[in-house]
Ligand binder design. Structure first.
Ligand code: FEO
Length: 401
């Protein structure tokens, strides 16, 4: 049976939740599920904003039919062609053959790439074009690389709603609440919103900045993203936009250290714990992660959050232990910037992990590397206390600078 909620008097959420998908995009664990949001606007003309993943297609189509309540569907606005939102487009056009697909030229091209279907009713729009549907004026805003090159957004000038595509989304299914002000978003959902942003769009900070600049010229009363909550209070919207501004400029939310370690037999873990204790004694906030246990997406999100990172790893096959190597390549792929980094390496006969770790991060911009590197030969020994203290002092000084 249909499951919809009204966003406004004439805008209906027709999305659906998936709590069974283990890995979003085949990569990111989503223990709390994910929502695929779509919206139906009931004006003189009817408009559907996006579709949904095929795994929730049956409910999505029931929702659309319920929202339309027997009316024809006049327009489908496509904001993004990633299949978590576009997979049901072909079936939608089959069910509503009179619908006009509203999209930009890049989206039209991708329609032909994803679907073996002649899309005859397509209205191409570009930056600033307006579609009037009766009471509502829909103004199109291009948003390339947030998260794919074809992405666009729609600003409803009438009700001041920004349909923001992937931007301002979050992992996590919607537990009945579709508005951020129905839950404690800042405490219970921000971590997953950060993990979603940093891993999905984190590489494209400059593109996000370009869209934020466009958004700053709009009077936004509501954000309607393709995942997660609708934001409709001034405080929620300002809070989230400020976070996006920080994340997309790679500025930390907090001063402190993410200490990510790889350890085969526990000796590098021991060094990491000692370092964490000494840093805490100096009043430095530290988050410690075992890269063999915690998914890289969690660690990357925390690296975006904090100002400093310590990577601690053992040498392995004359390189870096594979789990740390994977994390570092992931960090490099996300084009992280503006972090202060230190290294701890271990190696029983030829420790080279620190150099190898730094080599992987070398392409990243605006990174600061601390002078002290702690080298452990098999296990940290009490006669290395001065080396530990030197590294701790340098980190603490840098954090408090
Ligand atoms: Fe939610 Fe880039 O798709």
């Amino acid at each position: 049976m249909y499951c919809t909620r009204n966003v406004t008097d004439d805008l209906v959420w027709v999305g659906a939740n998936d709590r069974r998908l283990a890995l979003f995009e085949g990569v990111y664990p989503i223990p709390n599920g994910v929502s695929y949001n779509a919206y139906v606007l009931l004006d003189q003309k009817t408009v559907l904003f996006d579709t949904a993943d095929k795994d929730v297609g049956e409910l999505f189509f029931e929702n659309v039919a319920h929202a339309l309540n027997g009316r024809a569907l006049d327009y489908l606005v496509v904001h993004h062609m990633e299949p978590d939102h576009s997979a049901s487009i072909a079936e939608l056009v089959r069910r509503y053959p009179g619908v006009t697909v509203v999209c930009n030229a890049k989206i039209q091209q991708m329609l032909t790439q994803f679907f073996d279907l002649p899309f005859e009713n397509v209205q191409i729009v570009k930056e600033g074009d307006v579609l009037e549907t009766g009471r509502h004026k829909l103004h199109f805003v291009m948003a390339p690389m947030v998260h794919w090159p074809e992405v666009m957004m729609t600003y409803d000038e009438t009700d001041k709603i920004l349909f923001s595509a992937d931007a301002f989304g979050t992992f996590g299914a919607l537990d009945g609440a579709i508005f951020a002000d129905e839950v404690d978003f800042q405490h219970n959902y921000l971590d997953e919103a950060r993990r979603y942003y940093t891993n999905i769009v984190g590489k494209f900070g400059a593109s996000v900045q370009a869209v934020l600049k466009k958004a700053s010229a709009l009077d936004i009363a509501m954000l309607c993203p393709l995942h997660g909550f609708v934001h409709r209070t001034k405080e929620d919207i300002a809070f989230f936009i400020e976070k996006y501004d920080l994340w997309s400029t790679y500025r930390p939310e907090k001063k402190g250290v993410v200490l990510a370690y790889a350890s085969v037999y526990g000796h590098t873990a021991n060094a990491a714990d000692i370092l964490a204790c000494r840093l805490r004694e100096k009043g430095v906030e530290v988050r410690v992660f075992d890269v063999s246990v915690t998914h890289a997406s969690e660690i990357i999100a925390q690296i975006f959050k904090y100002s400093h990172v310590v990577f601690a790893a053992n040498t392995y096959n004359m390189g870096v232990f594979v789990k740390m190597e994977d994390l570092l390549h992931d960090v490099a792929a996300h084009a992280l910037q503006n972090k202060t980094v230190a290294f701890v390496e271990n190696g029983s006969w030829a420790p080279v992990a620190a150099k190898r770790m730094k080599d992987i991060l070398a392409p990243l911009k605006n990174m600061t590397y601390l002078e002290n590197t702690l080298t452990v030969k098999s296990a940290l020994q009490p006669d290395q206390n001065s080396a530990v203290d030197a590294l701790v002092a340098e980190i603490a000084k840098s954090v408090s600078a």
